[in-house]
Structure formats: C-alpha cells, structure tokens
Design a binder for this molecule. Structure first.
Ligand code: ATP
Ligand code: MG
Length: 305
C-alpha cells in the first residue's frame, strides 16, 4: 500500500506557480528524498502534504486518510520537522520532549523513558536541563527532531533536517532518521544535498521550478547522470572552440587553462584529441577523463538553477 499519496498537487502564489501538478506515491518503509534547488517548491509541497497549506488543485492522503477531509486523523499519523524547527524556547530540552509526550497521551513512566532514550540518541543528555532559548541552531534542530519522533509516528516529514548542521550533528540526525525507519516509520525528507539523498534514500524525486523532473532509486538516477562524462584536456597552445565539434563531443567549455569536453564516449574523444594534436602540431600538457560528481550532475539536471 502507498502510505503517502499525492495526486496532481498545484499551488500558486498570486500569478506565480510554485508547485505544478506534482504527484507522489511512497510505499511503507521507504526513506524518500525530495531533492531540488532553493525555491524549487519543496517546502510548499511538504506544507500541502501535511495539511498546512491547501492546494489549488489535487489531493493527498497519509495512510489512506485524506489530509484535507480528515486533517486531525491524518495528523495523528505524522511527525513533522518544519524548515525552521519549532521548539518551546522557555522550556528545557527535556521539558520540550516530556510536554510533547504528554500531548500524545503517554503516561508519566513512558514519557520519562522516551525522553531519556531520545535525548541520548540525539546527543543532548548533558544539556537536558538547559533552557532551549540559549541553544545553538544545531541543538535546536535536534530538539525539533526529538519532539517530532516522540510518538514514533508511521510517517515522518522532515524539511531539510540537516541544513546548516555540522558534521557531528548531521551524523546524529542521519542515524536517528535511519533508526526511526528501522523501527517502522516511513520517511519523507527534503534536501538539496544529493550526496545525502544518495546515502540515505531508497527513492528520490527531483523537483525544479515546481515540476518533478526525475524519479527513481538513487542508483537509477546516478546511472542516468553517469552518461554525462567529460574529458579535460590542456594544450600548450591556444585552441579554438571550432576544433571541438567532432570526436563525440557534445559541448566544449573552457575551465581555467583547460577545455572540458562533454561526451558520451570518452574513448572516442581522447583518440580524437590525440589525432587533433598530431595534425595541428599541438602539445598536450594534461588529459583526464571524469564522470561529473553527483552534485555537478544535479546542477546540469536542474539547469544550473
Ligand atoms: N507564502 C508564499 N507567498 C508567496 N510566495 C511563496 C510563498 N511560499 C513560497 N513561495 C514561493 O514559492 C517558491 C517555492 O518556495 P519553497 O519554499 O517551496 O521552495 P523550496 O524548494 O523549499 O526552497 P528552499 O530550498 O530554499 O527551502 C519560491 O519562489 C517562493 O518564493
Ligand atoms: Mg524549503
């Protein structure tokens, strides 16, 4: 069964279409990554899925429950970590968790036990009695996550859970997401970090300018990126761009003192360059073949937005 389902969601702000006909189907047990550059429409989509925003068109369901027809029932199924995490600044770290647990109707013994567990998992045990107001961004983000996972919700929505975190906090957050998933939560997260999505997610959709432009497993998406190979070559003499229209080269870009030659067939391109150098009496200073990093591929896919 699809645990998160959205059909044809669209949302405009004035005449600007922020989300354009987005459909999503996520199976139970997945860690789904919603990937896109700044302003792509990730937060707007998450807000519609979690019932914060009403879509202009389309509908969505969590565990089969329509979020706009039965918002309360649907919301009991989800934990939400919004873009700018919400925490109670005047409470201590532990009080934030205990209060949330009480809200979900847990008894006092389970509340205490759950708070101990979560504080330890998120590296906050030593700060449990400190007022959250004075916490750093990374610590606040972890408190926000701590509160969202208190009831072990079937579905977790995280809007850029690792944005702005240092390596240590990031690791704690990623481990916590994995553990929640192991314990049965389906996860929907947004990120613009493709390496993170690759490391964590079972499925990915890439959104750009409000439209989903690619969907699949990280491996599948990587394969489709991998075709975009390039050969980087430096000559001692200046070379004009017109010489790079053959040899399987789809595009030539100057990069510092080198040319970056995009190609589907690096073998053909390297042989062509060698022949070119021979014919034009050019001296090759350096040559390297490379597949772009996933990040470069992402920039290409989203048109450098
Ligand atoms: N309440 C609003 N009123 C007007 N425009 C809005 C509103 N909310 C979002 N937008 C616009 O919709 C577009 C998508 O915004 P959104 O916040 O969904 O992007 P995002 O993918 O989450 O970006 P980021 O990575 O920066 O968080 C942006 O151009 C934004 O300015
Ligand atoms: Mg956002």
């Amino acid at each position: 069964m699809e645990i998160i389902e959205a059909d044809h969601l669209s949302k405009s702000f004035g005449s600007f279409k922020a989300v354009d006909d987005v459909s999503i189907a996520i199976k139970e047990g997945e860690i789904f990554g919603f990937l896109g550059p700044n302003g792509a429409g990730k937060t707007t989509t998450i807000r519609m899925l979690t019932g914060v925003l009403t879509p202009d068109t389309g509908s969505s369901r969590i565990c089969g429950i329509d979020i706009h027809k039965n918002p309360l029932e649907a919301k009991m199924k989800m934990g939400i970590i919004p873009e700018n995490g919400t925490v109670y600044s005047d409470l201590t770290a532990e009080q934030n968790i205990l209060w949330t647990a009480k809200f979900y109707g847990m008894d006092s013994v389970s509340r205490k036990k759950r708070a101990d567990e979560i504080l330890s998992d998120l590296g906050l045990s030593e700060r449990r009695d400190d007022i959250v107001r004075n916490f750093s961004k990374g610590m606040r983000q972890r408190i926000s996550i701590a509160c969202a996972i208190v009831p072990s919700p079937p579905v977790l929505f995280l809007d850029e859970p690792t944005g702005g975190l240092d390596v240590y906090s990031r690791r704690l957050v990623i481990d916590t997401i994995r553990r929640m998933n192991d314990e049965g939560s389906t996860v929907f997260l947004t990120t613009h970090n493709i390496e993170e999505a690759n490391e964590l997610c079972t499925g990915i959709s890439v959104i750009n300018k409000g439209v989903i432009i690619a969907t699949g497993s990280p491996e599948k998406l990587k394969k489709s990126f991998d075709r975009a190979n390039y050969v980087e070559i430096a000559f001692e003499q200046p070379v004009s761009r017109e010489l790079f229209t053959q040899g399987g080269i789809s595009r030539a870009e100057p990069h510092g003192d080198k040319w970056r030659l995009y190609t589907d067939d690096p073998d053909k391109t390297v042989k062509y360059c060698a022949a070119l150098a021979e014919r034009e009496h050019l001296r090759i200073l350096a040559v390297a073949t490379s597949t772009p990093t996933l990040e470069e591929a992402f920039v290409q896919l989203t048109g450098g937005a």
